[in-house]
Design a protein around this ligand. Structure first.
Ligand code: GDP
Length: 425
């Protein structure tokens, strides 16, 4: 059976923890989109890890971990992550990298940084990992697939020449930088080939067999619905689809095989980078939530930058869960809210004097003001509780209020960062 674990919001919902937890019973875990621009934080018996490209099944020796064709593959970063986890005592994981996966090149990272600098105050708040230029090149059909690393030099040099002609016009004229050197790119490709060689496979074929053998396969998404290039807060989105549906494409499996879609939804809101965020809060109120949030504060797993925080947004979450096609909602980081007397929940937006409850397109979203409903807090620590009925009444009411607003079943509640901090309903 194929299951997907994806985000309802702006990312950082706790997908890594849920995937790590479900990986226990999985045979295969696949990353199907995105790159090293975001991170999953996982806490387990080996320690605390920030994974950027490696699938969250790497801590389970029985799991085959796959980097699917839809991912933006930064080869040195993946190798660094592998040696990092191994240096902390994690046994070398089973890892396969799709031969159709495309490669993030140093010039993508350079281009990302140059463009953000050029945009100045209008920048996208990119992590400068090269993701947008990478996907732009992929769809402009000038990217390198992993399989091409094994082509001969004549083939590679011809392609490099064509790429340099385009990139160098941009680099020298628009960004006033040094041009790329063809020999250097060839050498980089050779180095990348040697680094990634042990892992390269026809993962589509592997997955076809795994599906036929009825193995448990987990598709692991990065970021969340609101960062999807089609259905999110365009243009402040990421460059690959964050939806479970894209899992079929980014992994290479039939869409009808995805039977369970677990949408991870955070009990308050957080976001990194620029873009509309209606229920965002500021000042001391925000700093307190930021410092108490997640596991050790709401600071980016990749960049360490402070995340923007806000109250739970029913309008955005309902949309986020719906667009993913949830069969299950996992409500996470509920424990963090235990310090509040009352908890504001955004139940509608006011746009031009009218209240709306359906998530609007971006230019209207920019005008939206949050309409809050106040719910009573539970004023205690709920970590360690394992049964839903043992949660304080006000806490259950909070969960049930959200479930009603969403219109999708909340089947899991996460009340701590560790694998075992989970309540099944
Ligand atoms: P992801 O990208 O969706 O995997 O999310 P991140 O890993 O970036 O952010 C989630 C953060 O919240 C991490 O620091 C997790 O360890 C932490 N976390 C996950 N679930 C819970 C939870 O239920 N309670 C608390 N306190 N922290 C959690």
């Amino acid at each position: 059976m194929v299951k997907a674990v994806v985000g309802a919001n702006w990312g950082d919902e706790g997908k890594g923890k849920i995937t790590d937890m479900l990986a226990d019973e999985a045979d295969v875990v696949i990353r199907f989109q995105g790159g090293a621009n975001a991170g999953h934080t996982i806490v387990n018996r080996y320690g605390k890890f920030a994974l950027h490209t490696l699938p969250s099944g790497v801590f389970h020796p029985h799991v085959t971990n796959i980097i699917g064709n839809g991912v933006a593959l930064n080869i040195p970063k993946v190798c660094e992550e592998l040696s990092d986890i191994e240096s902390k005592g994690v046994p070398a994981p089973q890892l396969l990298v799709s031969d159709r996966c495309q490669i993030v090149m140093p010039y993508h990272i350079l281009q990302d940084a140059c463009e953000e600098e050029r945009l100045g105050g209008h920048s996208f708040g990119s992590t400068k990992s090269g993701i947008a230029p990478f996907y732009a090149d992929k769809y402009a059909k000038i990217g390198f697939q992993v399989s091409e690393l094994f082509a001969d030099d004549a083939y590679l040099l011809e392609k490099i020449g064509m790429i340099c002609a385009r990139k160098n016009a941009l680099l020298t004229h628009l960004y006033h930088r040094e041009p790329l050197r063809e020999e250097e790119i060839l050498q980089t490709l050779h180095e990348y080939r040697d680094m990634i060689k042990p892992y390269v496979a026809d993962t589509g074929l592997f997955l076809d067999r795994a599906v036929r053998e009825n193995r448990t396969i987990l598709l692991e998404g990065q970021l969340g619905t609101l960062k999807d290039p089609d259905h999110g807060i365009y243009p402040m989105v990421t460059s690959s689809s964050t939806l479970a549906a894209f899992g079929a494409i980014g992994a290479g499996i039939p869409p009808y095989e995805i039977r369970q879609i677990i949408v991870v939804n955070k009990a308050y809101s957080s976001a990194v980078g620029a873009g509309e965020f209606v229920s965002e809060i500021f000042g001391d109120e925000a700093q307190e939530l930021r410092d108490r949030g997640g596991d050790g504060g709401e600071y980016g797993a990749t960049t360490g930058r402070p995340r923007r925080v806000g109250w739970y947004d029913c309008v955005a979450s309902r949309y986020g869960v719906r667009m993913q096609g949830a069969t299950d909602v996992a409500l996470t980081v509920l424990d963090v809210l235990g310090y509040l007397d009352e908890i504001p929940v955004c139940t509608a937006y006011e746009i031009d004097g009218k209240q709306v409850t359906e998530f609007p397109v971006t230019h209207l979203l920019a005008k939206a003001k949050p309409v809050y409903t106040m719910l009573p807090g539970w004023k205690c620590d709920i970590r360690g509780i394992r049964k839903y009925d043992d949660l304080p009444k006000a806490c259950r009411d909070y969960v049930e209020f959200i479930e009603k607003q969403l219109g999708y079943p909340v089947t899991m509640v996460s009340n701590g960062p560790a694998r075992e901090d989970i309540i099944y309903r």
